[in-house]
Ligand binder design. Structure first.
Ligand code: F3S
Length: 392
């Protein structure tokens, strides 16, 4: 791999031992993928924050790192395992969990990472510009940054994204290269399709590893984060294009050899693939974390409903940043009995301690929540409007 003088100096330790080790890891990964060079990044997004996913060994490593290192670019961070201020209202956080979670977040903050605790940093202050190189972990954010914003990132794992944040570099391979952003699979979406989360899962499952190109009339752009999140989860997809909508579609020609997708295809897919429960103990919205528009919509849907003592708990998961912007609507949702949770989500929180059946409007959550050793939930999947109608 070609390295310039500054990169060589960093590797020799002239900018600190920790930055040198971080860059060594980035270079190693680049060599594995035959990257010709390194490229500077403008931001990083870190995953692996919940005590539930990290465990005790991860805490020790973070402690050591935070004693010596710090990030060198704008770095935001994924949700933790609990609402860091209001964990009590979750009703499932033990003392041990809380103490360890606080250790993890304090070490990350010591590294100078912004305390955003959201998987949707692009709705806040980490909005990469078109063509910029970034190193993001968190599949839903990666696919949004690549597809909707036109930034360039590979699907980084947690340790490599952290090494990039500390070193300020990533290796130039994969989706950083224009030629790897070419569509591989073509879809035409029937105009009656309205469930973007389910559509994303269907396409992700079909394509698995590739770059889908969609022809889709009247796309609701506020739904693209849900489309991408499930596409990236049900397949290993980091980028898609939509004709007339996403910023790079013009670089490519739509091929007529395409798959036509109807509402019926999606319903069949859901019926086959989603393990189904019947009576939810919890309804959880916000995977990925809700935007202001989604909160307003939920508020409208739930307003006027009277909570019964038998009604399921309701979680509304969002970021601190968005919670400030939608304070009025969230307050009214709380008055209706919903629990507004910041900094966390239904998947990385220890949900299995309190619930066995959860209703969600996210196919990403529907993928992870049933995992036996992880969340162990029976699932009810539906659009938000159907869930509210049926269970509230
Ligand atoms: Fe975000 Fe948690 Fe879903 S991190 S994308 S809300 S699984």
């Amino acid at each position: 791999m070609h390295l310039n003088k500054i990169e060589e100096k960093i590797l020799k330790g002239e900018y600190g031992e920790e930055r040198a080790s971080a860059l060594k890891l980035v270079v190693k990964i680049g060599e594995l993928y035959n990257a010709e060079k390194l490229v500077k990044i403008s931001s990083a997004q870190i995953s692996g924050v919940s005590y539930k996913t990290m465990g005790d060994a991860g805490i020790e490593y973070l402690k050591m790192l935070s004693d010596k290192a710090e990030v060198s670019v704008l770095t935001t961070i994924n949700p933790a395992g609990m609402d860091l201020k209001n964990w009590k209202k979750m009703g499932i956080i033990t003392d041990k969990f809380r103490k360890n979670q606080i250790k993890i977040t304090s070490y990350y903050e010591k590294l100078n990472i912004e305390p955003t605790y959201t998987c949707a940093p692009y709705l806040g202050d980490n909005v990469p510009s078109f063509g910029s190189h970034i190193a993001w972990a968190e599949s839903s954010a990666i696919i949004y940054a690549n597809s909707v914003l036109g930034a360039r990132t590979n699907r980084e794992g947690a340790p490599v994204a952290l090494a990039s944040a500390i070193s300020g570099y990533t290796s130039y391979y994969g989706l950083h290269l224009k030629e790897n952003r070419t569509p591989t699979d073509f879809f035409e979406i029937d105009k009656n399709v309205s469930d973007y989360s389910l559509l994303g899962a269907y396409i992700g499952d079909l394509v698995r590893n590739g770059v889908p190109y969609l022809k889709f009339g009247n796309v609701k752009t506020q739904e693209l984060k849900n489309l991408g999140a499930s596409m990236a989860t049900w397949g290993s997809i980091g980028l898609y294009h939509i004709e007339g909508v996403t910023p790079e579609y013009k670089n490519y020609k739509y091929k007529n050899k395409k798959i036509y997708v109807t509402e019926e295809d999606l319903i069949n897919f859901k019926n086959k693939r989603i393990e189904s429960g019947s009576e939810p103990e919890l309804i959880a919205f916000g995977c990925p974390h809700l935007s202001v528009t989604e909160i307003k919509r939920l508020n409208k849907l739930i307003t006027g409903k009277t909570r019964k003592s038998t009604s399921p708990d309701v979680w509304i998961c969002t970021s601190r940043y968005i919670a400030k912007k939608a304070a009025k609507e969230l307050h009214s949702l709380e008055k209706l009995g919903a629990k507004v949770l910041k900094d966390t989500c239904m998947v990385v929180a220890p949900i299995e301690r309190g619930y066995k059946t959860t209703a969600v409007n996210s196919m990403k959550a529907s993928y992870y929540l049933p995992k036996k050793s992880f969340c162990n939930q029976r699932i009810i999947y539906g659009k938000d409007i159907d869930i509210v109608r049926q269970f509230l």
